[in-house]
Design a protein around this ligand. Structure first.
Ligand code: PLP
Length: 354
């Protein structure tokens, strides 16, 4: 960090810190023992999020990974399979949990930007494979798509997939860690997305700014079963209303403002496209995540990350040639302008070098 005068951290939207007002809401939360089902703030958050997503019941979890893994577990038995695109968080970023804890097998298809084409999972599915091949029980759709670059999955594509999977007895889980962003970017109702899936997980601790917490929603029977597995996995929490209060606060105050994050990601995408063609197409930047193919102008991702960090801009390498920048609650207009300057300078430097 030699000589950096500023620090702007765009590595992830998990980095948000609870605001002073959120901390006050947390301090005042009514609590009880949630393993006994006696925390009113957790219960009201679960009910609220289930209602928003058009489902019967919800379950508060300490992480999005746990919410996803409980969802997978409800639909897929040991020795059966889940399928998802090859960049999906459930396959790529949850440390093999489905295999380790639930004996779940998986396959994937390759989707550019993680964008769903229902024909791909439908071509792979084998729900009644019999005694020779693994049976498909679940398809996971990630919306928005993290490693795909904040891609919004079009509602009609999920609907088409839903219709075909349902008729074959295959379940659908939406990894909606950033479903809020899809909702704000498109104006599509959260319940319109939610109703297309058997279970949906959402994160409160990404751009919404809560320190901890996700919610899984589905039928009452599914949530009753997930509650048992949550305890088995060690995710039963006691006076968790302190955390649930942050979630309530986030839903009250931090959903609509996600539009600002989207506009800022777009602003930097355009600045980059002006100086370095081929690094990003601004038309593909739909929400708060910007992936730059710095390899297109001769940078390695690791080299670019280090050069940016030297100037006080922290970003994340998603592979050998691409970096990810994520906008969130703790990044303002001036931070965004600074990020644009650093990134465009470095890219221009590479262009002149080659
Ligand atoms: C962040 C994220 C999760 C959950 O992550 P945790 O760190 O376990 O809370 C799940 N899915 C996607 C797409 C994510 O980006």
């Amino acid at each position: 960090m030699s000589g950096a005068t500023r620090l702007v951290d765009l590595r992830s939207d998990t980095l948000t810190r609870p605001t002073a007002a959120m901390r006050q809401a947390m301090a005042g939360a009514e609590v009880g023992d949630d393993v006994y089902g006696e925390d009113p703030t957790v219960a009201s958050l679960e009910e609220r999020v289930a209602g928003m997503l058009g489902h019967e019941a919800g379950l508060f979890t300490p992480s999005g990974s746990l919410a996803n893994q409980l969802g997978l577990r409800l639909h897929v038995k040991a020795g059966e399979e889940v399928i998802a695109d090859s960049l999906a968080h459930v396959l790529r970023a949850e440390m093999g949990a489905a295999a380790v804890f639930s004996g779940i097998s998986s396959r994937s298809w390759v989707a550019e930007r993680g964008l769903l084409d229902p024909a791909q999972p439908l071509a792979m599915m084998q729900p009644a494979a019999g005694a020779y091949q693994v049976s498909t029980r679940l398809v996971v759709v990630e919306n928005t798509h993290n490693f795909g670059g904040g891609t919004v999955q079009p509602l009609e594509r999920i609907a088409a997939l839903r219709e075909a999977t349902r008729s074959q007895g295959v379940a659908l889980h939406i990894d909606g860690a950033r479903l809020w962003n899809a909702h704000v970017a498109t104006g599509t109702g959260l319940a319109a997305y939610g109703q297309l899936a058997d279970t949906v997980s959402v994160c409160l601790s990404k751009g919404l700014g809560a320190p901890v917490g996700s919610v899984l929603v589905g039928s009452q029977a599914h949530m009753d079963e997930a509650r048992v597995w949550r305890k088995r996995f060690g995710g039963g929490m006691r006076q968790a209303g302190i955390l649930a209060a942050a979630g309530h606060w986030a839903l009250d105050h931090h959903v609509e403002r996600l539009a600002q994050d989207h506009a800022r990601a777009q602003q930097v995408a355009k600045a980059v496209a002006d100086v370095a063609p081929g690094v990003v197409d601004p038309a593909t930047v739909e929400t708060n995540i910007l992936i730059l193919d710095v390899g297109a102008v001769g940078w390695s991702a690791a080299g670019f990350v280090t050069a940016a960090a030297d100037r006080g801009l922290r970003i994340y390498a998603t592979n050998a040639h691409a970096v990810r920048l994520v906008w969130h609650l703790d990044v303002d207009e001036a931070d965004t302008a600074y990020a644009a300057d650093v990134v465009t300078d470095l890219l221009a430097e590479a262009a002149h070098r080659s």
